[in-house]
Ligand binder design. Structure first.
Ligand SMILES: C[S@@+](CC[C@H](N)C(=O)[O-])C[C@H]1O[C@@H](n2cnc3c(N)ncnc32)[C@H](O)[C@@H]1O
Length: 158
């Protein structure tokens, strides 16, 4: 992707009639199909990371609107559920939301803060971060992520 496209590409912001938030039902359906895969990945992740005190989860190309938190919140709920089945203390969870810099991160920030607050009563905190930039470039430090999700985004080729 050229620098110009990285700097300018974005879905329609806000929650008006033409916004991505109001016109992403199909992608929302695709996300539902991913849920069993994420839950399965979480089970093997917890098997492989027995005793881990923290897990980091990322969504690449999260956009803004009702779909933004679906994949990461599915993963967080699956971690909590699996730890409960195993009678293990859930690890501290870190959730990273990535998109291009012109994504409507104002909208994302509000829903992310509300989500993190709601999680407070459920166990160890869910720490959150927004990671602006192209996923075709380096976004995270080496070996810092445990689970990476993405829907309807990776087809945006360089
Ligand atoms: C069709 S939306 C999908 C959004 C969301 N994952 C969903 O399922 O509704 C594609 C998203 O990918 C983002 N995107 C495209 N290329 C990207 C890149 N190179 N790095 C990060 N995000 C990118 C776009 O800005 C857009 O928000």
């Amino acid at each position: 992707m050229t620098a110009t496209l990285v700097e300018t590409l974005h879905m329609v912001p806000g929650d008006g009639d033409t916004s991505y938030a109001r016109n992403s039902t199909i992608q929302g359906g695709q996300q539902s199909n991913l849920k069993p895969m994420i839950e399965e990945a979480v089970v093997s992740l917890l098997n492989d990371n027995d005793g881990a005190t923290g897990l980091a989860i990322a969504d690449l190309g999260c956009s803004s609107g009702p779909n933004t938190l679906v994949l990461v919140s599915t993963a967080v709920a699956a971690v909590r559920r699996r730890c409960s089945e195993l009678r293990r203390q859930p690890p501290e969870l870190c959730v990273h939301l990535n998109d291009l810099p012109n994504n409507d991160f104002n909208l994302v920030t509000k829903s992310l803060a509300t989500y993190a607050k709601a999680q407070e009563s459920l166990g160890p905190p869910v720490l959150t971060s927004i990671v602006p930039g192209s996923f075709h470039a380096r976004l995270f430090s080496k070996r810092s992520l445990h689970l990476v999700c993405s829907n309807a985004s990776l087809q945006w080729l360089s």
